[in-house]
Design a protein. Structure first.
Length: 359
């Protein structure tokens, strides 16, 4: 009897495999494997950096609708802090910041796209949380923007506190940490409210401006940027109230140590450059510096780049093509929207931006 059951199980297994193969090969484009996902078919875990080098470009997942972070400009170009990280990685790898393919990802598909290998990197205002780090097949990299969730309100409402949002309608990004934070905060304060979730941030702020909700909530940086784009920005304000910590960090698929190290140290290189006061305008003046720390950092001595599988002058490439962290911040956030550095200042200026030693 046991032998018969074993044979039955074997035939069921073989039948299942046959059905899978038929679906993959004979059911048209809906089930065929796209060229970009071919790496899923073979065992590519741990080889992501090698695959990227062979391909000659990185594939970066973003949300192209987020001002200051990952935004598709009218001319088709991309701008933002998250975009510049991808460009910095391309500069380190290929000495060319344009060797990046940007792919717009909806919130609900972004993690699957990373884990499946559809994109090499997620750089899209994603909050680093314990549950995301431990249960989704993701590895998060160093935080490149410290944020917090806030509220955008009309000045005529006179709202200044959480308690005053009782019985109000609130527009919130759907499925993001912002929604969970809001639900938890209102529950903690025992407040009734109406929730209006939006997957599309453009629709969210259009609804707010059309007064379909009393309040808009999201990361404070996004609220500040969107506030400047309103038809009458002087009639609205971002409250000095934060209900969460939002460390925004890039993420890659789990099990890619070499690729992880590259993204990590590219992030730190931009911070370290600002610490050393090296920027895109003066980097060429450091041809023969006497400071041994600067010499190591710029690849004039030692083999730090080689240890990462990069050129030894990878930091110089990043600074030359993209800039240090301060330049990236000012270009994308500080200058256009007037948001002060705050927690995103360097550690010696009272912020949280800090690079480990390059040695």
């Amino acid at each position: 009897m046991g032998k018969i059951n074993q044979q039955k199980s074997t035939w069921l297994f073989l039948g299942l495999i046959s059905l899978i193969l038929i679906n993959l090969s004979g059911c048209g484009s809906a089930n065929s494997i796209s060229p970009d996902l071919e790496n899923q078919v073979i065992d590519s875990q741990g080889k992501r950096l090698e695959i990227i080098k062979k391909r000659g470009r990185i594939i970066c997942g973003i949300d192209e609708r987020i001002l200051g972070f990952s935004y598709k400009e009218p001319d088709g170009s991309y701008s933002g802090i998250s975009v510049d990280l991808c460009k910095a990685i391309a500069a380190a790898l290929f000495d060319d910041p344009n060797q990046v393919e940007f792919r717009h990802l909806q919130s609900k598909e972004r993690f699957r796209a990373v884990v499946s290998g559809e994109v090499d990197l997620l750089s899209s205002n994603t909050t680093w949380t314990l549950s995301r780090d431990t249960s989704g097949g993701l590895d998060f990299l160093p935080t490149n923007f410290y944020d917090g969730q806030g509220f955008l309100v009309s000045k005529e409402s006179s709202f200044t506190t959480i308690e005053e949002l009782s019985d109000k309608s609130i527009c919130v990004p759907q499925g993001a940490t912002s929604q969970a934070n809001l639900v938890e905060t209102m529950r903690k304060h025992r407040l009734d409210y109406s929730l209006l979730p939006f997957e599309n941030p453009n629709q969210l702020f259009a609804a707010y401006e059309a007064r379909k909700c009393d309040v808009a909530t999201s990361d404070r940086s996004e609220l500040v940027a969107r506030h400047s784009q309103l038809r009458e920005p002087n009639t609205h304000q971002v409250l000095d109230v934060l209900i969460s910590k939002e460390p925004l960090s890039p993420a890659i698929a789990h099990g890619e140590p070499a690729w992880y190290d590259v993204v990590k140290w590219v992030t730190y290189a931009m911070i370290k450059a600002e610490e050393l006061k090296i920027n895109s305008q003066n980097v060429d003046s450091f041809q023969d510096p006497k400071n041994p720390e600067i010499r190591r950092f710029l690849g004039l001595e030692g083999d730090m780049g080689a240890k990462l599988g990069l050129s030894n002058d990878f930091s110089r490439r990043i600074i030359k093509h993209v800039g240090n962290y301060g330049e990236v911040y000012e270009r994308n956030i500080g200058e256009p929207f007037g948001l002060e550095r705050g927690t995103n200042a360097l550690w010696q200026d009272g912020g949280l931006m800090y690079s480990p030693p390059f040695r």
